[in-house]
Design a binder for this molecule. Sequence first.
Ligand code: MG
Length: 289
Amino acid sequence: MRLVTYRDIGQVRIGAVDGDQIVALDTVAPDMLSLIDRGEEGLARARAALERRERTTPLASVQLLAPIPRPRQNVVCLGMNYVAHAIESDRARGREPRLPEFPVFFTKAAHTVCNPGDEIPLDPQVTTELDYEVEFAFIIGRAGKNIAREEALDYVFGYTIINDISARDLQSRHQQFFKGKSLDRSCPMGPVIVTADELADPARLGIRLRLNGEMRQDSHTGDLIFDIPAIIAYYSLGTTLEPGMLFATGTPAGVGLGRTPPEYLRPGDVMEAEVDGIGTLQNRVVAAT
Ligand code: MG
């Protein structure tokens, strides 16, 4: 299923996309996190509702929101998880390129999540080095700890796209990722969650970002240094995963920081973050008022 959270005449609902229609799933669960909490039983009821097609709304008539508008905890992110991006980042900061031996984890504050189509504010008093990062993201479906790599994909509810908007100057100034990754509206998410059963091989997807129509990032999820089973195995070691947790798996090469000279976002820029089988997440940068 392709699950969405949407606003229809002022009402926020969840639904499943069926061609150019959305089938409402609010008889199954009031919101996406509640649906995820219901596990297999919730998914089975959602599938049945989709089959019945009782209450449909044209997709074009609603506003799509982030599939999980407010996660229960911070979004867990991976840094330096594509070889070419790890190299471009180290070079841009004048360091000798070195690939990580273990996954580099950091988080983005939960409040940073915003919707497909939302405008991303750029305030030059806050940052002059705002950058894009297309990322393949996954959502945890059930609780677990110390999960073996071989079983890790059983814990995935589904997949979506995140644009990990990053203020490079704040990242450097504070010597830690968190602040530079947690500006308001710095985590556009969506447009849909594709459930795990519908995305047979998450390691075979094209991933790209176009800036004002020009291809800036163009890679493949098979190029992740630490793949999804490895991310789950490492992160769940001594740390309990909870249903609804979001992981962003890292960005490929081609960010503004990696260009010579670096080129950062400007008001009016349109970012289209895309992953095969999921869709396109579009957001525009605007001058903050
Ligand atoms: Mg990132």
